[in-house]
Design a protein around this ligand. Sequence first.
Ligand code: URA
Length: 425
Amino acid sequence: MKAIEITYKKNNKEKLSYEEIRYMVNSYVKNKISDQTMSEFLWAIYYNGLSMDETYYLTDVMIKSGEIIDLSKLKKKVVDKHSTGGVGDKITLIVSPIVACTGVCVPKMSGRSLGLTGGTVDKLESITGYKLKISKEAFIDELKTVGCAVISQSDKIAVADKKIYALRDEIGAVDSIPLIASSIMSKKIASGSDVIIIDLKVGAGAFMKNIKDATKLAKTMVNIGKYYNKKVICTLSDMDSPLGLNIGNSLEVKEVIDFFNGKYDKRLYELSVYISSLMISAAKGITQKRAKEIVVNLLESGHAKNKFKEWIKYQGGDLKKLKDKCKKYVIISHETGYVNKVDSLKLATLVYDLGAGRHKKTDRIDYAVGVSLNKTLGQKVRAGDVLGTIYYNKRVKNFEERFVDAFKIEKKKKKVKKIIIKTIK
Ligand code: URA
């Protein structure tokens, strides 16, 4: 087999076989073909697409390039939840303990995200003592005892994806639906869950900018699940505005603590209850309506809050010691009207400049910094009201103007966009 011939075939819009895709991926992993040759192959896919079977072949080869986790010894239903990444998205920290309360296991292996704001791993690292690296045995023990565990993703899972994703990032070939679908699903399937719930973010602050492309991606991921007999469910949720009232690692952990104490942003509550109900209903085979009743009860009774504390403590974290040392700058509104828009991308870019995100895996981040919103979508603001607060350690030029610029305050109130767009099963 020759790499150049396989790429030529794809450029001619011909279908590739399992062996051809395996040859390309494995040769690249073993450094038998160069970055240049692999880039040409990836561009051929980028421009010509892959059929559903070809997308499955690529996923399967990437799964088999690394370790496959066997969670069958748990003897419980196992459900994973994945978010494609959004601004202020802290819902893994909320839904994992809720679902664990029902006897369903939630094992999460989170990658260290490269993004404007921190990922789940960074939020957890803002809790002093929290251990993200534990042995496989300790992970299984925690799932048996607590029911949920969140650790950093092993480098041994979907090894080929890691190398190919890095190359795609470098050459600008990330936004291809079959490449994204196979990349996400190879890691999810190798991680061993029976049910995979994907929160696919759509909008300004997400990498999927429109509903049409997001729907296509969702359908592709659901179909990949069918090849493995795994239930995959994708919910499309709005990411034009940030999720919740805080963006920044320790600030988001504080918001999760508030959430379990009954103080929450409406949209954050709605999405958290929806996703946890979906996870429980899919794992237990009950209706989503019944699952929602269970979730609401777990929140109101304090069981979910206790489970959250149990989980964090089990992994060594001390919720009373968050890495939150910084200065504050309060922003006052000069306008009166209704908040008709909060631009998630503008706020995320500001939070990145404050130091909460990273471009390279080795970049150090500041866990304490970020922004919190006192006013959000649909709310009335009067001149003189507090609009929000910037938490900083280094002053960023024009940070007040940039914060205010993310808000659109108008005389007439506009209808607030629904957080849940649709669910594809
Ligand atoms: N996230 C992934 O894991 N892979 C992609 O290709 C895009 C987003």
